[in-house]
Each structure stands twice: as structure tokens, then as C-alpha cells.
Ligand binder design. Structure first.
Ligand SMILES: [Mg+2]
Length: 403
């Protein structure tokens, strides 16, 4: 029953067509442990660099380095993201730019500064694709999200795999980007799985194989374990996640404290209760509804858009936000998600702009397809506070990610 996944995700591994429930009845899950869940972690591949390759495809065959310049001297700063050509030459995130330039000397490499506003807009559209398909989406960073698909796929692994594939396909078709997806019984396993095969990977870990999957991996693959902690664990002869899983919890807790110790103990055994928190980040407000029946009739869709416009407008006012982009999300009858966005010259909080733009975008979208619309949504992005900068500083300044 296993199929080789077509071009978009040729690197798929760990596929099993055994359903979750079969695994449960086979004794793969003991009651009293974590609740049964199915979680996806989606990670856009070498995101900043991939965005630049999109606008200039010629860059993809040469080393490409996106630089986080510190501004002190011309070349001071570090590599934010490198494409895979540069990574093969051992130029990775965090490397000082000066060193990267030495390594890549004579290789015809390109160095570009971070263009965050553009990456944010692309990220917003990808997040809209996720929310068009899945109800519970947690944006974890500009290029990563967790999706809880438990109810949607009824814990069926084949269904879960199909959903992951359609997300990959839509992101490729709509935005031209590749991503890697991990499917697991919780956030920890899904996150590690998405990094297991990259780029353009799909790694599926059935819940009863969580511990087995994690066991041979080095401890620093566990979220929260950095180089320092890895060194300390190595000093305790704990090299792999499996070593950690077998170790005595008191021993670990004594060294790392109760909170961290308990986390290491559970996570190393593939256990994690942390819920996927519906959150698309403060950079956007969006809502999507399912139409009573599939339609292309604007008279029928307009009242839904009006409700959405009023709801989002009220939310924007409540949070003291203005927006500069209005987007429309449509899931077609074949379940493909489409998004179209309009960006204004000035931020606004006008409901008439939401109404006008969403109606116009819906019309454009309908002109581009003959299919009926199944779900429709509006998204407001490029948000800024109506007054003051506190909100921005608080929410938008994230530590530099390493996409
Ligand atoms: Mg990434």
C-alpha cells in the first residue's frame, strides 16, 4: 500500500500504512500516557535563501548567503541562511560572514542582506495555506508551523500523509517553495521528524515508533538541547536520545533541575503533551468559513465576506491594529487552497477597505479558475499598532531565526 511519493517529496521515509488505530489495538499505545494526537511540523527549507532564489532563479546554482550584517564594518555579522550549494561547502547559519567569504572565495557566491518585509509577506501567505487546510495552526516562527490534524484525519496515518502531501503541493504550486514536513504523535516528534529528511522531505513517525525513531539520534536533536547541554550530557556518557531515555530520571533531574530533567526524560521517550496553540502570529489576523454549499456566485459569497470583514475589523480595533495588506483565501472544490493579497500604500483600519479589497480579490480569483469555492476567508496582515510602538517591539522583535 505504500506509494512512492511523486517528485515534490521524493525523499519520503518512515512511511507506514498501518493506521493509528491498528497500532493502538496492537498494543502500541498504553492508556494513561499522552493523549492520542497527530501533529505536523512544517518547516520551509532554507527559507530566506529560497525566497531570494525565487525572485532570481540564477542564484540557485551558485552559493547564496543571506547575511545578518551587524553594521559595524562592511563584512561584520553572521550568515543568517545559506542555500544548499553553500551548505555543501560548509557555510552554515551562524558562521561569521568574513569566514564564509574565505571559504567561498572564487566560487562566484552571492551575498545578500535580509529582506524581512518580503519574507514576512511570503510567510503570511504560506500560513494562510496552512489555515485553509487545517483548523489548528500554530506559527512557531517565520518559516515554521505546527498543525494539529488529529480530528481532521481521524488519526489515520494514510490520511495524514495525504494531507501533508497536499500541503507540500499547494505551497510549491502557489508560492514556488519547498518545505519539509514531519508527522508525529506530538510536537517534539513532529519537529525532529521534519528535520530528518531535508530539503523537500516528508517523514512520518507512527506513534508506536516514536521512541525507536528518536533513540539513535544525537541528544542535541531534542528541542531545547544546545551545544552546552550536549557537552554536559556527553560528560555523563549520554550521547544519544536513547541513552537519555534509558537513564535514571533522578540522575538527570539532579543535574538539570526538576523541570528540565522531567522534560528530557519524557521527550527522549517520545512523549510530549504540549498542545498546538492556534496562533498565526501577531502579524496577521485571519478567519475562514465553509460555505453552505460550493459556489462561484458572488451574491451568495458576499454575505459571508461581509461577516468576515466585520469580525476581523472588530478584532483589529480591539487590538489597536492597522493593516496594510488584505488577503483573500479560497479553498476550491478540489481542496486546493488559493490566496491573493493586496498591499496598500498606507496602513489603515477602514472596514470599507477590507470590504472593497476582499470583493475585488475574490473576483480576480474567480477569473483564474473555473472551479467552485468551498471555503472562503479574509486575512489582514502587515499589521502595525494604531498608536505607539510598544506592541511592535513586544511582538515583532523575535530573536534572529535560522531558517
Ligand atoms: Mg526552515
Amino acid at each position: 500500500m505504500d506509494q512512492t511519493v511523486s517528485d515534490a517529496c521524493g525523499l519520503e521515509r518512515h512511511i507506514s500504512s498501518i493506521s493509528f488505530w491498528q497500532a493502538v489495538s496492537a498494543g502500541g499505545f498504553k492508556s494513561g500516557e499522552d493523549p492520542l494526537r497527530m501533529i505536523l511540523h512544517c518547516d520551509l527549507d532554507y527559507f530566506f535563501a529560497q525566497c531570494e532564489e525565487l525572485s532570481n532563479p540564477g542564484l540557485s546554482t551558485k552559493p547564496l548567503v543571506i547575511c545578518a550584517y551587524s553594521g559595524r564594518t562592511e563584512d561584520s555579522g553572521v550568515v543568517s541562511t545559506a542555500n544548499y550549494v553553500a551548505r555543501k561547502l560548509r557555510v552554515n547559519s551562524g558562521l561569521p560572514i568574513i569566514q564564509a567569504k574565505k571559504i567561498l572565495e572564487g566560487s562566484n557566491a552571492t551575498y545578500l542582506p535580509i529582506d524581512r518585509p518580503r519574507y514576512e509577506s511570503i510567510s503570511d501567505r504560506v500560513m494562510a495555506i496552512f489555515s485553509a487546510h487545517v483548523g489548528i495552526v500554530e506559527k512557531a516562527s517565520i518559516d515554521e508551523a505546527y498543525l494539529d490534524i488529529t480530528e481532521q484525519v481521524q488519526l489515520d496515518l494514510t490520511e495524514g500523509r495525504n494531507l501533508a502531501q497536499s500541503l507540500k503541493r499547494d505551497i510549491r504550486r502557489e508560492e514556488g517553495l519547498s518545505c519539509s514536513i514531519g508527522l508525529g504523535a506530538n510536537k517534539v516528534v513532529a519537529k525532529i521528524a521534519s528535520g530528518f529528511v531535508k530539503p523537500d522531505g516528508l517523514t512520518i513517525v507512527p506513534s508506536y515508533q516514536s521512541a525507536e525513531f528518536l533513540s539513535p539520534l544525537p541528544v542535541d536533536k531534542l528541542p531545547g538541547i544546545g551545544k552546552k547541554t550536549q557537552e554536559r550530557l556527553r560528560g555523563m556518557h549520554l550521547e544519544t536520545i536513547g541513552d537519555l531515555a534509558k537513564s535514571n530520571i533522578q540522575y538527570i533531574t539532579a543535574a538539570f533541575g526538576k523541570k528540565m530533567g522531567t522534560y528530557f526524560h519524557l521527550a527522549s521517550r517520545g512523549m510530549d503533551k504540549d498542545p498546538v496553540r492556534p496562533r498565526l502570529g501577531p502579524e496577521q489576523l485571519s478567519r475562514i468559513v465553509t460555505l453552505k454549499e460550493n459556489s462561484r456566485d458572488t451574491d451568495m459569497i458576499s454575505p459571508e465576506l461581509e461577516d468576515l470583514a466585520q469580525d476581523l475589523h472588530a478584532k483589529a480595533l480591539k487590538h489597536g491594529l492597522q493593516f496594510r495588506s488584505v488577503g483573500i483565501i479560497a479553498v476550491l472544490e478540489n481542496l486546493v487552497a488559493k490566496t491573493r493579497t493586496k498591499t496598500l500604500d498606507q496602513p489603515t483600519s477602514s472596514i470599507d477597505i477590507i470590504r472593497g479589497s476582499s470583493t475585488e480579490l475574490l473576483r480576480t480569483l474567480l477569473e483564474e479558475t473555473d472551479l467552485q469555492i468551498r471555503r472562503v476567508g479574509i486575512q489582514l496582515s502587515n499589521l502595525t499598532p494604531t498608536t505607539g510602538q510598544t506592541f511592535l517591539a513586544e511582538f515583532m522583535e523575535r530573536p534572529p531565526s535560522t531558517p
